[in-house]
Design a binder for this molecule. Structure first.
Ligand SMILES: O=C(O)c1ccccc1NCC(=O)[C@H](O)[C@H](O)COP(=O)(O)O
Length: 386
């Protein structure tokens, strides 16, 4: 039978007879909701056997429900073309039919690519953070957080002033694709050098495990009096991270369409607006761009030239996503577009500017220079600080 990975006599099968009626009622209810939700979203029938009512009660019933909700979320995401799974498909608890127990096959609990690995790690990381600092305790400090600065305004002003795309310069120590980019890494010194070199805004990587960044770096740069508005470069999977970024001094935060379903993006944009933060919504392909253009209230879209699943970088991606009707819609909506990743030379900047971006996000090519401020001059082929 397809999908069945184990089938064996179960010593626990006796539990089947002692399962309380309330469990069957609730379970039936949750199946009912799932079925309505699934059909209203044009989702295919679930790809698993549906005899779960025979599960034992208690903890495993709860786990089964959590699993079912998670599976429904995954199905919604998949129906929007999202390939990244938010957490490992650890599968439901064992199922019991009479004397037999069985599990349904899942695709394996190993991430399929680096982005999925990062997202799975974030899920557990954020859960731990939330235990230590629940949202309710964070919100108490919101009034004492530093005021947010106008991220998009700074990019537009730099574009007007220099005639080049406004620069978001990235404070990036390391990356999964390139390893360590800068050994002697002083985030505040780099931030100041970028500001002196003419950056309009800064992007600060806050992920520790994969990029050797930190939320402390964000706070250090903010508290050092750097005037450029700051983007919190995180892999957001939970609204908690947005509140935390705000408390640490961010003015903007990254939301990745390859990770977040439409409803999450809408909800997170509302939270950003409520907190005075700008959302930079990042896309990599046409499907993600079309999804994002269908969402109200988007002001800033980043086109990442790096495929975060394969690490492949191709700056013609920016041009491809800005061609034709999409480009027209973006102009009609007055959305500011940021060209991201793989920009090393004045020709690269000219190429993405020609494609229609009014801002660029650059890390590697400038952070590697002994003076990152001079790196900016090299990147643009001109001193843009003047
Ligand atoms: O940079 C990576 O290796 C990477 C891997 C997985 C997920 C995200 C990753 N990078 C995030 C970015 O997109 C870049 O930091 C940013 O656009 C700057 O790119 P670059 O100028 O090429 O350093």
């Amino acid at each position: 039978m397809e999908g069945l990975v184990s089938l064996k006599p179960s010593p626990k099968a006796v539990c089947f007879h002692s399962t309380p009626k309330s469990f069957f009622a609730n379970h039936h209810h949750s199946r009912f909701i799932s079925t309505i939700a699934r059909s209203s979203m044009n989702l295919p029938p679930p790809n698993r056997l549906s005899i779960r009512a025979q599960q034992p009660a208690g903890e495993s019933a709860l786990t089964a429900k959590e699993w079912e909700v998670g599976m429904l979320q995954e199905e919604v995401a998949a129906s929007q073309g999202i390939r990244i799974r938010r957490r490992p498909p650890s599968g439901p608890p064992l199922h019991y039919v009479g004397p037999l127990e069985f599990r349904i096959q899942n695709e394996g609990n190993t991430p399929r690519n680096i982005l999925e690995e990062i997202v799975w790690y974030k899920d557990t990381e954020v859960s731990k953070f939330k235990e230590k600092k629940p949202l309710a305790s964070l919100t108490r400090f919101l009034d004492s957080a530093p005021p947010t600065r106008d991220f998009i305004g700074a990019l537009r002003a730099a574009h007007l002033r220099t005639g080049f795309p406004g620069l978001i310069a990235e404070v990036k120590k390391a990356s999964p694709s390139r390893g360590v980019l800068r050994e002697n890494f002083d985030p505040v010194e780099i931030a100041r050098a970028y500001e002196r070199g003419g950056a309009a805004c800064l992007s600060v990587l806050t992920d520790e495990k994969f990029f050797q960044g930190s939320f402390d770096n964000l706070a250090l740069i903010r508290n050092a009096g750097v005037k450029c508005p700051l983007l919190c470069k995180e892999f957001v999977v939970d609204a908690w991270q947005i509140y935390y970024a705000r408390l640490k001094g961010a003015d903007a935060i990254l939301l990745i369409a390859a990770v977040l379903p439409d409803l999450d993006i809408k909800y997170m944009i509302k939270i950003c607006k409520m907190l005075g933060l700008t959302a930079l919504v990042e896309v990599h392909d046409e499907n993600e761009m079309d999804r994002v253009l269908g969402i109200d209230g988007i002001e800033l879209v980043g086109i990442n030239n790096r495929n975060l699943e394969t690490f492949e970088v191709d700056i013609s991606n920016t041009r491809k996503l800005l061609e034709g009707e999409r480009g027209q819609l973006i102009r009609d909506k007055d959305i500011l577009v940021v060209g991201e990743s793989g920009l090393f030379t004045p020709d690269d900047i000219a190429y993405v500017q020609e494609a229609g971006v009014k801002a660029v996000l650059v890390g590697e090519s400038i952070v590697k220079q002994s003076d990152p401020g001079k790196g900016i001059t090299g990147l643009f082929g001109k001193d843009i600080s003047l």
